[in-house]
Design a protein around this ligand. Structure first.
Ligand code: AMP
Length: 554
């Protein structure tokens, strides 16, 4: 196994790699081979259920082999990045494993990303292929969009669809549903084995996107050695087995979806139910398939409060709540209907925490628990410094461990401030440690980084302000989170403008023209003579956040 050295990927220090491999926390074999081993062991069991049907491990393994072979025959080579812009379905899972089997690197972009985001990410990683969801061309024509992206890119040359509803007459697009269907089983396997042969544990398996940095989004390289085992660690912490039926109703192609959902279920041979992110269908499918554990992000806390949750709760044994502080009534409702409520904190960069099943209720309802893995190291630092604060005090959460990246992709300058001198990742989140029975429970107490968390989708304030300032009438702009009952936070823009009055639709039109994803568009605009500043001359975001709370109806 020779390691392909990519200078854009920060390696883990060699001593740590050696320790991770010899202790077995890292896998020697590539991710798709780990999936293959599970698929061979649990062949006839159901691997995935979606709105339209189900697939066994054996079928999923064969179909993803065939699609992988077709990818390879179409020119996809090991190490080639593939943009994913697709929803939750069996075909999406086929595409995921197929890209990995062909040695390609899935790039976990969002279905809602547009030219502004895709253009940047695609250029940065040198994406070769693009997989888009073509089930709703009437709402937005993803195929036309992908063609435009390819026309402007020096690297994008392969285009595939999932859920295509049109007759694919065009020769430049292929539907994953039928791709490679005529490739024979052994032939497909040979192509996959050849593609896998050169991959090692330190090679990049997946590119995730960061939710929380400055400026443009950063790319997170996750490695073959650690990524599958991260899912296995999640499965183990939740005592999942091949009998487990889990559900992931939030977008799958995201770190939580892949780690806690897909790999976290498949690493032990369980079955994952993949509904669309829509309350009634998702809860109905959970009830119908007897889902025993699931994760709800804060944008879904209101699902738990609905009547439709009751039938879904019948089989639920564990509900993991994530993304924001959990209101007591949400926690009480989950437990009142018979499931154990846990909390997690997680991020694409790696580290997860999870409250243990047997932790006292007080700690399960007020903290996000200790880190997931025994090897995870956590420090609470003085903001901006490297000095640790005492247990019980609030500081910046920093972490290091076998599945937390040592650096962003191609981001030397940013990495210098995003990591401590000894390689701890600064999360930008404020946290406090409470020690109980020798275990360190973490509670999230706010954040230092300037982002807005809209139902789990992160909006980078600096990036959005730059885009707003490009409007000819906008002289200055500051965006802040305004509290929202359903999504947790939405964007409010404070603007200094000239000319006629600007309103929400004007800004939306401006951002749409720039190709900015819709979830980033401000939903409230406040015009202001000048932006308030702190004593050191920074925009007073805290003041603006208080101001918008005061301006909102009670
Ligand atoms: P992402 O990489 O998109 O998963 O975003 C990670 C970020 O989401 C973290 O750095 C936090 O800011 C936020 N986050 C995740 N889990 C929680 C939680 N349980 N409570 C508060 N914030 C959270």
């Amino acid at each position: 196994m020779t390691r392909r050295v990519d200078p854009r990927v920060v390696p883990y220090p060699p001593a740590r790699v050696e320790r991770y491999l010899s202790s077995g926390v890292w896998d020697e074999i590539p991710l798709a081979q780990s999936f293959r081993a599970v698929a061979e062991r649990f062949g006839p069991r159901t691997a995935v259920i979606d709105e339209k049907g189900s697939v066994t491990y054996r079928e999923l393994d064969l179909r993803s082999d065939q699609v992988a072979a077709a990818f390879a025959m179409g020119g996809l080579e090991p190490g080639d990045p593939v943009l994913f812009q697709i929803g939750n379905s069996i075909t999406s899972v086929v595409a995921w494993y197929a890209v990995l089997k062909a040695g390609g690197i899935p790039v976990a972009t969002l279905a809602g990303h547009r030219a502004h985001e895709i253009g940047h990410i695609s250029n940065l990683v040198g994406a070769v292929a693009h997989i888009v969801d073509d089930s709703t061309p009437d709402r937005f024509d993803m195929v036309a969009f992908a063609r435009e992206q390819a026309a402007q890119s020096g690297t994008l040359r392969l285009l595939f669809t999932v859920g295509s509803v049109r007759d694919p007459e065009a020769i430049d697009v292929e539907a994953i549903e039928t791709l490679g269907a005529d490739v024979d089983r052994q032939g497909a396997r040979r192509v996959v084995d050849a593609a896998q042969a050169g991959l090692g544990p330190e090679d990049v398996a997946v590119y995730q996107l960061s939710g929380g940095t400055t400026g443009v989004p950063k790319v997170i390289p996750r490695l073959h050695g650690e990524y599958w085992n991260n899912g296995l660690a999640w499965a183990t912490a939740l005592s999942r087995t091949e009998e487990s039926v889990t559900c992931h109703a939030a977008p799958l192609i995201h770190n939580a979806g892949i780690t806690c959902g897909l790999h976290g279920t498949h690493s032990v041979g369980g079955c994952i139910v993949l509904p669309p992110t829509e309350r009634s269908t998702a809860l109905r499918m959970m009830a119908e398939h007897g889902v025993d554990d699931t994760i709800f992000g804060h944008g879904m806390f209101n699902w738990i409060q609905s009547e439709e949750y009751e039938p879904a709760a019948a089989a639920l044994r564990t509900v993991v709540l994530s993304g924001a502080k959990v209101p007591e009534e949400v926690f009480a409702r989950v437990e009142g209907l018979g499931a154990r409520a846990l909390q997690t904190f997680g991020m694409g960069e790696g580290m997860f925490t999870l409250t243990p099943f047997d932790a006292p209720r007080e700690l399960r309802s007020t903290t996000v628990g200790p880190p997931l893995a025994a090897d995870d190291e956590v420090r609470i630092l003085e903001p901006g410094g490297e000095q640790e604060v005492s247990d019980g005090e609030v500081g910046e959460l920093a972490c290091r461990g076998w599945y937390t990246i040592p650096g962003y992709f191609s981001s030397g300058e940013h990495n210098a401030s995003a990591f401590t001198a000894d390689g701890f990742f600064r999360t930008g989140d404020l946290a406090r440690v409470t020690v109980h029975d020798g275990q360190r429970f973490i509670s999230i107490e706010g954040r230092l980084k300037d982002l807005i968390n809209r139902g789990g989708e992160k909006i980078n304030a600096e990036e959005l302000e730059g885009l707003l300032r490009r409007h000819p009438q906008v002289q200055d702009a500051a965006v802040v989170a305004m509290p929202d009952k359903v999504l947790g936070e939405r964007v409010c823009a404070y603007l200094v403008t000239t000319g006629p009055r600007l309103d929400v639709p004007d800004l939306q039109e401006h951002l749409e023209a720039l190709g900015v994803a819709k979830y980033k568009w401000p939903e409230r605009v406040e015009l202001i003579d000048q932006l308030p500043r702190t004593q050191v001359g920074k925009i007073d975001k805290k003041g603006l956040r208080q101001r918008v709370v005061g301006a909102l109806p009670a």
